[in-house]
Design a protein around this ligand. Structure first.
Ligand code: PHE
Length: 340
């Protein structure tokens, strides 16, 4: 029995030396002290078969060895614990003497792009086809097709950039160039109704100041169908503006106005609270499409009607984000665009 206990102790010490982590220590503990199949429990059980005196003597010895081993086990645990802590201190510490690395610059989406995306989404949710159009445009689509003949006085108001060597081409002055283009493309020879919208850049030869630029953005929309009337126009535009400004109580009013491609034509104002109390804000031009234009788009104006509307996006985006000078838009100034 003495020998057995001596060997047990040696085996345990040897095992302990090989242990390098908590898992190994756990296994060793089970091997020696496990209640069911541990080596020590087996020895304790075998004591039962001995005579009383021998049992007492060897029982005492076995207990002493057991305590020695438990002390060794405790010491090893402490060593492992210390190792673990110093490892954490090493791996997770922060070196406060490292030089500061500036954050990488990332790009920003221009507010006009953000605003345009938002408008596009509202239009798409309302079932509109949304499409780009050409900025270099024929005089036909920009003017003649939308009822502005060659010597029409409305041309004067557009301050057109003509292409030098070929004045039948212009930089488009309005997204209304897409009215006839979209109807010709999508009406299937004047047999199908249409909801179409188009964001885009337009150009006018204007003097630059805080509210005017030679390059700005418009959004055009039109609906063609049968039995279209002004009620449809008002309802559509109200829905659109409420979607854009995320409000459900916008009121609108129409004031008579003149655009050659609509008859009757209107300016639409909305009553909205943009933080300074409720105010009427002039928003867009609109009207029932002139029969000449409906016809140019391929529809029979006796049977089909349409309404159209167009608005400047710059002003809308300025209202939305509180931008006070239109010149920021094309400035290319990162201090401006990085705010969005
Ligand atoms: N194209 C007009 C403008 O540039 C706006 C408009 C579009 C008006 C459609 C009526 C209908 O001012």
């Amino acid at each position: 029995m003495k020998k057995e206990l001596g060997k047990l102790k040696k085996d345990f010490e040897k095992g302990l030396k090989q242990v390098s982590d908590f898992l190994g220590l756990d296994e060793l503990e089970q091997e020696f002290f496990g209640r069911k199949s541990g080596i020590l429990s087996d020895i304790m059980k075998s004591l039962k078969g001995l005579e009383k005196d021998a049992r007492k003597e060897f029982g005492q010895m076995a207990n002493d060895v057991k305590h020695e081993l438990l002390v060794l086990l405790g010491e090893k645990k402490e060593v492992l614990e210390k190792e673990k802590m110093s490892k954490i201190a090493k791996e997770e510490s922060i070196d406060v003497t490292q030089p500061y690395l500036p954050k990488k610059e990332t790009g920003h989406i221009h507010p006009m792009t953000l605003g345009t995306w938002e408008i596009e989404k509202v239009f798409k949710d309302m079932g509109f086809i949304v499409e780009d159009g050409p900025e270099l445009e024929s005089d036909y689509y920009n003017f003649q097709a939308v009822n502005i003949e060659e010597h029409h006085p409305a041309r004067d108001g557009h301050d057109t950039f003509y292409i030098k060597d070929n004045p039948t081409w212009v930089m488009r002055t309005q997204t209304s160039n897409m009215q006839v283009r979209s109807m010709q493309k999508y009406s299937d020879g004047g047999t199908k109704p249409l909801r179409f919208a188009c964001p885009g850049r337009v150009y006018r030869n204007e003097a630059l100041d805080a509210t005017h630029e030679h390059t700005f953005y418009q959004f055009e929309g039109l609906i063609a169908g049968k039995d279209i009337n002004i009620g449809h126009l008002i309802a559509t535009l109200k829905e659109l503006l409420q979607g854009l400004f995320k409000k459900d109580n916008i009121e609108v009013r129409l004031r008579p106005s003149y655009f050659p491609f609509v008859e009757p034509g209107f300016e639409l104002d909305m009553l909205i609270d943009l933080g300074k109390g409720k105010q009427w804000v002039e928003m867009l031009g609109c009207g029932l499409m002139h029969p000449n234009v409906v016809k140019e788009g391929g529809y029979d104006p006796e049977e089909w009607q349409a309404f159209a509307f167009g608005m400047g996006i710059n002003r809308l985006v300025m209202a939305k984000y509180g931008i006070e000078d239109v010149r920021y838009f094309q400035s290319g100034d990162l201090r401006f665009s990085s705010q969005f």
